[in-house]
Write a protein that binds this ligand. Structure first.
Ligand SMILES: [Zn+2]
Length: 322
């Protein structure tokens, strides 16, 4: 006899009873852009609702985020000083280091994650030290390790290397351990694809490369097996969380990551994904709340434990009121 699958979809309460995937505010991570030498929030034109914040506003912001039950924040710094060696990236009094201290002072229990990459600290905007027009992998590793140590010393719970240099996770793990930061975790941007979805972020973080692009170190978006190799390598190097970025066009990669490792998996719904939804919602073409909750559920269904999203505050409020 053919089965009647509609039987279990008949009412709201039956559907709730057999629902396979749930999203909670604690699954969400909210990215924050912090700008040095700024006293007022600075709206990001291509990301409506998002602003670059001064350090002085972070205590209040962190309390709001904690109040919404959001799992963590992920900090990106916009320093005043840039040079060709990213010298301000590991400064104990640098913008991110100050931001971590401000948040930990206001909300000691809020999990603080930090982006570890030098592009915003470099005059040329690339993710590593240049040798001619090439990014020098091995010369970049000590910079990333130094930056991660300074974040750990300021109180970061998790450092998230995003430069896509080979052996960056191993180099950071070794350096953290040598300095006694055995408890600082690493979220590895393992499957970070070279993507046009990052467009609005480059404006937000003031980190566009002055020449060329990042295709020589980020993954080719046509390659899934190559991303799998990087995920496996980061597991071996000691990652505590694996990340896939961007999110919505890369759910197949999230699923592969889920299948190959028992580590927590994070998916990053990047700036372009946020801006597309906002733009369509502003025109009344999409229902923002429904689209956001559907896409967050899709990330979780594909196997992501955590979702990094600019919609985290709105989504948390919607989820808490459901
Ligand atoms: Zn970078």
């Amino acid at each position: 006899m053919p089965n009647r699958l509609r039987r279990m979809r008949r009412t709201d309460s039956l559907r709730a009873l057999v629902r396979e995937t749930h999203v909670q505010a604690s699954d969400l991570i909210y990215p924050i852009f912090v700008r040095e030498a700024q006293t007022e929030p600075e709206p990001i034109a291509s990301m409506p609702g998002q602003s670059r914040l001064p350090v002085s506003m972070l205590a209040e912001e962190a309390k709001k985020i904690q109040g919404l039950g959001i799992g963590a924040v992920l900090l990106f710094g916009l320093p005043t000083h840039k040079d060709d060696r990213a010298r301000s990236s590991g400064d104990p009094r640098g913008v991110v280091q100050k931001a971590i201290r401000a948040i930990k002072a206001a909300t000691p229990n809020l999990v603080v994650m930090t982006d570890v990459c030098v592009c915003a600290y470099m005059t040329h905007g690339h993710c590593g030290v240049l040798n001619g027009h090439e990014v020098d992998n091995d010369a970049t590793l000590p910079l990333l390790a130094n930056m991660a140590i300074s974040h750990a010393e300021a109180g970061a719970d998790v450092v998230a290397p995003s430069a896509m240099m080979d052996q960056q996770v191993g180099a950071i793990r070794t350096a953290l351990n040598q300095k006694g930061h055995h408890d600082t975790a690493i979220m590895a941007y393992s499957a970070k694809f070279s993507s046009a979805f990052y467009g609005p972020f480059r404006e937000a973080a003031d980190s566009a490369p002055s020449f060329g692009d990042r295709a020589s170190y980020q993954h080719d978006y046509a390659n899934a097996r190559h991303a799998r190799r990087e995920l496996l390598q980061d597991v071996e190097e000691g990652a505590d969380i694996l990340m896939v970025k961007p999110g919505i066009a890369y759910l197949d990669i999230v699923l592969r990551a889920r299948e190959l490792s028992d580590l927590p998996i994070a998916a990053y719904a990047v700036s372009g994904e946020y801006s597309m939804i906002k733009a369509a919602a502003e025109r009344g073409w999409l229902d923002e709340k429904k689209i956001v909750l559907e896409t967050l559920t899709a990330f979780r269904r594909a196997g992501a434990d955590l979702v990094i999203t600019y919609h985290a505050k709105e989504a948390a409020a919607w989820l808490n009121n459901n």
